[in-house]
Design a binder for this molecule. Structure first.
Ligand code: MN
Length: 206
């Protein structure tokens, strides 16, 4: 029996992030789009069970080692599975505010102020052309790096460890915000779970 990735339920209700992210978007995003990536990743693993023998992180870190026949499927759907699994946990009802702890210190060290970090992250999210993600990652030398990726490309494939990210695909905001991606980006800051970012940061340093 090849390994199968499963659709884990959200830790909060679909409407828990209202009014910033609407229930209908969360439901379709999680139950349809996210499930689609998981199903297609499982389909690739079913055809080549060796792909299931390593972690998703390792697959994405070493795409060049994935057989060419399945590389695109793993890049797109493995990325879609990994990126969204991280994204759902980065949000919570009554989130927002400012980071604290070690990650807050690092953000201030690298970006001077939290506001400056936000401005740079927002710029990455706004200027990502078409579908993609904005990220905050830890580089191999321990420094923090803001970047964006196209499609479902994951920073892991660029040697970075993502600790925070924002989905800027239209499917993440179009029902409520239509073409107003900047409004969605502004709203997102109200639902960020900074405890989770801190956990991701600790994990990235291990
Ligand atoms: Mn998405």
């Amino acid at each position: 029996m090849p390994k199968e990735y499963k659709l884990e339920p959200l830790a909060y209700a679909f409407d828990a992030l209202e009014p910033y992210i609407d229930a209908r978007t969360m439901e379709i995003h999680h139950d349809k789009h996210y499930l689609g990536y998981i199903n297609k990743l499982n389909k690739a693993i079913a055809q080549d069970p060796k792909l299931g023998e390593v972690s998703l992180e390792d697959l994405l870190r070493n795409l060049d080692k994935v057989p060419e026949k399945f590389r695109r499927a793993v890049r797109d759907n493995g990325g879609g599975t990994y990126n969204h699994a991280m994204f759902w946990k980065l949000m919570k009802p009554n989130g927002g505010g400012e980071p604290h702890g070690k990650v807050a210190e690092e953000i201030k060290k690298h970006f001077d102020t939290f506001q400056n970090f936000k401005d740079l992250f927002n710029a990455a999210a706004k200027t990502r052309f078409g579908s993609g993600w904005a990220w905050l990652s830890v580089a191999p030398d321990g420094t923090l790096k803001i970047s964006s990726t196209a499609n479902q490309d994951c920073p892991l494939s660029e040697g970075l460890t993502p600790i925070f990210g924002l989905d800027v695909w239209e499917h993440a905001y179009y029902l409520k915000y239509q073409n107003r991606r900047p409004d969605y980006i502004t709203a997102f800051w109200h639902v960020v779970d900074w405890d989770q970012v801190e956990k991701n940061y600790d994990q990235a340093l291990k």
